[in-house]
Design a protein around this ligand. Structure first.
Ligand code: SF4
Length: 233
């Protein structure tokens, strides 16, 4: 089984800022404290993911991403297992855990579930990466869907499960982004081979798409007025 250097979350971090990617790997103790709001968001995401699994019931769940999980996923696919939750793949230096993998007549469909009410650029980037890793690992998905909550319908036991979610087929977009993803991975792997963090100054990118959790370190070096300006963006 191949080694890996990046994960879904570190890739998304690297897309925002290479310095954040580097600090996260080699100076994680410098990270700002995680907020209650972020913790609640993780818990919400997990709960919605569990509900969405019932769209394709009877699957088996793979535990946390890593080499043994990737081997287990590989074994289940060889056996032709119909539904796998948190299916793990490692290729091109990246490990990913796909929310739901569902067998089709000639292959598998991939489903990545988001707890939000609409899709954002980050979710597309996440899908592009996962598609690439699956493809590179030899399991090109028949179709890749981003699944998010239907804003018009509450999660409720009385509502038909399918109506609670919106499915977006992003297979074509994933295919078009293959080279782009591969380039990003290569440049991030290079960053992580360096013996010091890249010299990147704070800017608009510190807040988008997410407020960076290394601002406590990086923003120390900039004036209060600059900080206020960045926070107001
Ligand atoms: S605070 Fe800004 S410059 Fe520093 S690591 Fe985060 S995104 Fe990069």
């Amino acid at each position: 089984m191949a080694e890996y250097i990046l994960s879904k979350s570190t890739y998304i971090r690297g897309l925002q800022c290479h310095k954040s990617l580097y600090l996260n790997k080699f100076r994680p103790y410098l990270r700002d404290k995680i907020s209650e709001e972020q913790l609640a968001k993780f818990a919400r995401g997990h709960a919605v993911g569990k509900v969405a699994q019932q769209l394709f019931p009877g699957g088996t769940t793979i535990s946390r991403p890593g080499k043994s999980s990737a081997l287990k996923t590989e074994g289940l696919i060889k056996e032709g297992f119909p539904v796998i939750y948190e299916a793990c793949f490692i290729s091109d230096n990246v490990v990913v855990a796909l929310d739901i993998l569902v067998k089709q007549q000639n292959g598998y469909n991939a489903y990545e579930v988001k707890s939000s009410l609409k899709l954002s650029d980050v979710y597309y980037s996440d899908a592009f990466l996962q598609y690439h890793v699956l493809n590179f690992a030899g399991l090109k998905p028949e179709q890749f869907f981003l699944v998010h909550r239907n804003s018009e319908i509450e999660l409720n036991a009385d509502v038909e499960l399918e109506k609670m979610f919106v499915f977006t087929d992003v297979s074509q977009m994933c295919e078009e982004k293959e080279a782009f993803v591969q380039e990003n991975i290569s440049s991030m792997v290079e960053v992580l081979k360096q013996d010091k963090s890249p010299n990147i100054l704070p800017g608009n990118h510190c807040m988008k798409p997410y407020p960076c959790d290394f601002r406590g370190v990086c923003w120390k070096k900039i004036s209060q007025s600059q900080q206020d300006e960045l926070l107001s963006l």
